[in-house]
Design a protein around this ligand. Sequence first.
Ligand code: ATP
Ligand code: MG
Length: 404
Amino acid sequence: MQYSEIMVRHGELSTKGKNRMRFITKLKRNIEDVLAIYPNVAVRSDRDRTHVLLNGTDYEPVLESLKLVFGIQALSPVYKIEKSVPDLIAAVQTIMTDLYYDGLSFKISSKRSDHQFELDSRDLNQTLGGAVFEALPKIKAQMKNPDINLKVEIRDEAAYISHEDIKGAGGLPVGTSGKGMLMLSGGIDSPVAGYLSLKRGMDIEAVHFASPPYTSPGALKKAQDLTQALTRFGGNIQFIEVPFTEIQEEIKSKAPEAYLMTLTRRFMMRITDALREKRAALVIINGESLGQVASQTLESMQAINAVTSTPIIRPVVTMDKLEIIDIAQKINTFDISIQPFEDCCTIFAPDRPKTNPKLANVEKYEERFDIEGLVQRAVEGVIITEITPDSKEDTISELINDIL
Ligand code: ATP
Ligand code: MG
């Protein structure tokens, strides 16, 4: 027998009182984005559950995709059956015969939310249990820890049978905590920062600074592929490519070597903040990690941060590189990140960036630039594309819950 749908139980959102419907609607839309790669699948939500209707699609890849979506607590593939006793009997017999092996133990757990139905849950357990024995006389009934717990649910619209409960990704549905601009390089850290933000329900837009011809189309593609890897957790993501060549050339020609990095980062921050305001996001997210490279000191963060009062979220700031790599591997971004395409920062990077840049110096050097004009031209020159999940099957072996 073929599963007809996958039943989705909502996660933390069920505790959110009057926001509940808003959360469910968001989760439904995210699931639709993620499952758009399966054209026949349809999604329907009610207060308690979201139903993913398979319409003939093989359930396994759909289940793998759903396991990654934040805001889902648990998943059960289910058979939808006509609400009639003979149909239910035929169904449990077929299902148990398919699952049967020597020594298999089972029980039936019925639940009746449609109280008009002719049998109550006790009668149902007995009738359906008896039908299983009739088909498989050697099967064992076992109330405690049976191999198969066949759950039969009589609801208003139909009856549902399931026997698998699969843990979902947990977290909050993407978009229920507001939007942040993710500064996404091609490195290992920023995609992990993006993933962790999605986990707590933030919607993200990816901002990527490109400096052609110094940076290659390969570097841009890599950032887009990383963005695509992040769409699996909550749906489509806007990718914003920022033209950064003019600014990098100016900095290179006008500022002292030791301050290149600080000035570059301050421009990136200003541009990201301008985009944030224009696109109604609340915060900026980046992949800075303390002490990882000479440029990522607290002094440096302070000098870069000084251009804005917008909150900057740094999800990986206190993690060791190995901890970040561990997550990157589990979310399948690591192999993309280590492709050898240099991004704009590596190419223009000075040999010895200042580890304790002085704000007074930074501001003095910046007097040499038309900051407003440069920022404005970059913001006006952005190219925005919507990135959607990839249709090729790549599954993640471990549950997201187990990553941290
Ligand atoms: P990552 O692994 O994310 O590249 P990193 O350890 O290489 O981080 P840096 O190169 O110092 O660190 O960059 C710090 C942060 O600045 C990045 O995590 C990212 O958020 C942002 N950033 C750097 N380069 C770019 C870029 N080309 N486009 C967008 N954001 C960038
Ligand atoms: Mg980097």
